[in-house]
Design a protein around this ligand. Structure first.
Ligand code: ADP
Ligand code: ZN
Length: 297
């Protein structure tokens, strides 16, 4: 059995694992994201130890961003313009390759999770689908026609613009760049600033969740009409509020208003907008999937 290393590189924490899939994770560690030197140093130490015991085939990194995921670019494998202190223009792949001498697969956190869901989770057998995370931010990735979405850079679905009724919701929005973009109105910190309460402490019937479902549904309809996904998978801390799923599904149907005549958005919508099949392990397993697909160097 070939072994791989996976790094779920988050803005808050790193999760590193060694294994070959959901039923075979041999070891896992997590630590806070500090400086690149310290954080990548921890990861390198962990993988070196394993590589000495049983050789690893490759490493995969599913990273917070923005990143450069284009293998033909001189800055491939960099975290690029992030406002996160110390991390702007950091060559993540180069450092790992130099230290470990292994091929490194690299993509956004959400494309990584999408790949993991495609291989082992809720997107098996599909060729066009979206993976969204709603947490500290709101990010989306996925596949179109069997390939991970890239293009100009990578998708930035969280920054799409959605209608904002300032009478219903005077909150200005959380996004530093746009204020009330999709992320700015819907991410965890936006909920907390709007309601002045920790999102975990808002009761399931609090009006915060109807508003959240409304905003999420507006963005989902835009994604459905532009990418034609066969399924939408939604993870991240905010989606631990499972009452959001039926509310969003109903609102998506109301907004589409019968326009898309497919059972997936009608009778079968419960299987169309779904939580990750891999649960909260989608990120780190996605990184292992990226390692499995890393081209040999
Ligand atoms: P990250 O975005 O760093 O990967 P999470 O997806 O857990 O991490 O997102 C963290 C944010 O999600 C928190 O700031 C909080 O606002 C929100 N959150 C986390 N857990 C819950 C929960 N159980 N219910 C509601 N909101 C939550
Ligand atoms: Zn924005």
């Amino acid at each position: 059995m070939s072994l791989f290393g996976g790094i779920e590189a988050g803005g808050t924490k790193f999760v590193c694992a060694v294994g070959s899939g959901p039923d075979d994770i041999r070891d896992e560690i997590r630590f806070p994201t500090t400086t690149p030197e310290e954080t990548l140093g921890h990861a390198i130490k962990f993988f070196r130890k394993h590589h000495r015991q049983t050789p690893l085939q490759a490493i995969g990194v599913a990273s917070f961003g923005p990143v450069d995921p284009n293998p033909a670019s001189p800055t491939f494998g960099y975290v690029t313009t992030t406002p996160k202190p110390h991390w702007a223009h950091t060559d993540v792949v180069g450092r790992l390759r130099a230290a470990l001498g292994l091929p490194v697969g690299f993509d956004t956190d959400v494309n990584g999770a999408a790949l993991g869901e495609h291989r082992w989770g809720a997107a098996q057998g599909l060729d066009t689908f979206v993976y969204l995370t709603v947490g500290t931010g709101l990010g989306g990735g996925g596949m179109a026609n069997g390939k991970l979405l890239h293009g100009l850079m990578h998708t930035e679905m969280g920054h799409m613009r959605i209608p904002h009724d300032r009478t219903r919701d005077p909150y200005k929005g959380w996004c530093t760049y746009h204020g009330d973009c999709w992320e700015g109105l819907s991410c965890g910190p936006a909920i907390e600033e709007r309601w002045q309460t920790n999102a975990r402490d808002l009761a399931p019937d609090h009006p915060a969740w109807a508003l959240e479902a409304h905003y999420l549904a507006l963005g989902l309809v835009n994604i459905i009409t532009t990418l034609s996904p066969q399924r939408i998978i939604m993870g991240g801390g905010v989606m631990d509020q499972h009452q959001l799923f039926p509310m969003m599904r109903r609102e998506v149907q109301a907004l589409l208003n019968g326009y898309i005549q497919k059972p997936e958005v009608a009778a079968q919508i419960d299987q169309y907008i779904v939580p990750p099949g891999l649960g909260n392990r989608a990120g780190v397993l996605g990184a292992i999937a990226l390692a499995q697909d890393a081209p040999a160097t």
